[in-house]
Design a protein around this ligand. Structure first.
Ligand code: NAP
Length: 257
């Protein structure tokens, strides 16, 4: 991405957390940003905040990435000036619950698989053909340390993030011989709404995840995305695996006394 030339960046899951931070980071660098998520009001407020902080042009689209038809429609209906997406950030994702894999409820199973795996493919399927036609573009997939390791209670979530890692590698092969780039950014613990979503709004349980340690901030992950996107055009960063200093493995977190 040439950050001086008015690039168009599309971020899914941009109403909160890492996606919102990514929207702001790229907007600060001069990009025009399409922010997508389901919660319209929260998304619109996030977009106003990003526009106010950066002066960038922001386009908002409320869409559920699990709904393939809605995804197809939203991209097909983009205004002409916003169609040629340079950077797609596949960020929408979630963990639901901490059940053993075999006891995962149907709602949690569908929620994780449909968002983290199928949703990523729905959006990529709508955007990547245009990148290939233009022979220009960059797909950044948000993976996780959960794509490298499995931890107790994370069986299904970890399986989805292992799938994201496989998709990331496969997509790079799919675009082999073109100028399109594909990168995974795979963080460990980041303090966002992630744990609140996992524990269905239980703030006490969510806050324990980050107790007595210093997790990554959403902005740290956004920085890594921006770095990958601003390498010279012949450089493809395959994956950035990153954790805070207090974490050394998916299940190894140092808690300060
Ligand atoms: P977050 O604060 O909960 O943000 C998740 C975002 O995804 C929200 O904007 C949410 O917006 C959106 N989203 C969820 N389901 C969606 C759907 N079906 N369609 C469209 N948008 C949807 O969590 P986060 O930590 O920023 O997570 C972002 C990504 O990072 C996820 O892929 C997650 O797996 C990954 N990750 C997180 C961590 C961590 O510790 N936080 C670590 C490694 C990887 P709406 O609810 O408004 O749709």
């Amino acid at each position: 991405m040439n950050t001086r030339n008015d690039s168009i960046v599309c971020v899914t899951g941009a109403s909160a957390g890492i996606g919102r931070a990514a929207a702001e980071s790229f907007a600060r660098e001069g990009a025009r940003v399409i922010m997508m998520a389901r919660r319209k009001e929260k998304l619109e407020q996030a977009a106003r905040d990003v526009a106010h902080a950066t002066g960038a042009d922001i386009l908002v689209r409320d869409v559920d990435v699990t709904d393939r038809d809605a995804v197809t429609h939203v991209f097909a209906a983009l205004p002409d000036a916003w169609r040629d997406i340079d950077v797609l950030i596949n960020n929408a994702g979630k963990a639901l619950g901490l059940s053993p894999g075999y006891a995962t409820t149907p709602e949690h199973l569908d929620g994780m698989l449909d968002t983290n795996v199928k949703g990523l493919l729905h959006v990529t399927g709508a955007v990547l053909p245009g990148m290939l036609e233009r022979n220009r573009g960059h797909v950044i997939n948000v993976g996780s340390t959960a794509g490298h390791w499995v931890y107790p209670g994370g069986t299904v979530y970890c399986a989805t993030k292992h799938a994201v890692r496989a998709l990331n590698e496969g997509l790079k092969m799919d675009v082999h011989g073109t100028a399109v780039r594909v990168t995974a950014v795979s963080p460990g613990l980041v303090e966002t709404e992630f744990s609140l979503v996992r524990f269905e709004g239980d703030e006490e349980q969510a806050s324990k995840v980050y107790a007595n340690m210093t997790p990554l901030r959403a902005e740290d992950v956004a920085d890594a995305m921006l770095w990958a996107a601003t390498r010279p055009p012949h450089v493809n960063i395959s994956e950035i695996l990153m954790m805070c200093v207090d974490q050394s493995h998916a299940a190894m977190v140092h808690r300060h006394a």
